[in-house]
Design a protein around this ligand. Structure first.
Ligand SMILES: [Zn+2]
Ligand SMILES: [Zn+2]
Length: 152
């Protein structure tokens, strides 16, 4: 795999420009993948339809199949994070690698980011780890968003 030394940007993959992030992840750079990563990063926990709309707005017609394939590749490479609150469709975001959590509204489905409760993964200690070596805790806080709780 190529090493990237042209960019002085240290730190997380989600701070690199899309093209560099794809290269660093060892992925072939295609217009669809670049458009998809930019769409997901600009978006706010988009669903598949929202991702497809954003990709098409950037590069023209792209089949839903191609969108799914690109989403799968970027998710597998860790450039895109997929969350799937129970009972809802999957959502995609470009904020990766920081173990942040989500607030989800039971009424309208709004999703908001919330920083890790402690600061590093896993931020929660189970009452019994059963011998597992843990590296992540996925937390969803369920409730009503500010809008829904003020207009019931
Ligand atoms: Zn709501
Ligand atoms: Zn998020």
């Amino acid at each position: 795999m190529a090493t990237v030394n042209a960019s002085p940007v240290p730190g997380a993959a989600d701070e690199l420009p899309s093209v560099d992030a794809l290269r660093r992840a060892g992925l072939r750079v295609t217009a669809v993948r670049v458009a998809l990563l930019e769409t997901v990063r600009d978006g706010d926990h988009l669903g598949v339809d929202g991702v497809a709309d954003g990709v098409r707005a950037r590069v023209g017609h792209v089949s839903l199949q191609a969108v799914y394939e690109a989403l799968h590749a970027l998710t597998a490479a860790g450039l895109v994070r997929r969350i799937e609150p129970a009972g809802g469709p999957p959502r995609f975001e470009g904020r990766v690698g920081d173990n942040h959590h989500h607030l989800v509204c039971r009424s309208c489905g709004a999703v908001a980011d919330v920083d890790c409760a402690v600061g590093e993964a896993p931020c929660l200690v189970p009452s019994d780890d059963r011998g597992f070596s843990l590296d992540e805790a996925e937390v969803i806080y369920w409730g009503l968003c500010a809008n829904c709780s003020s207009h019931p």
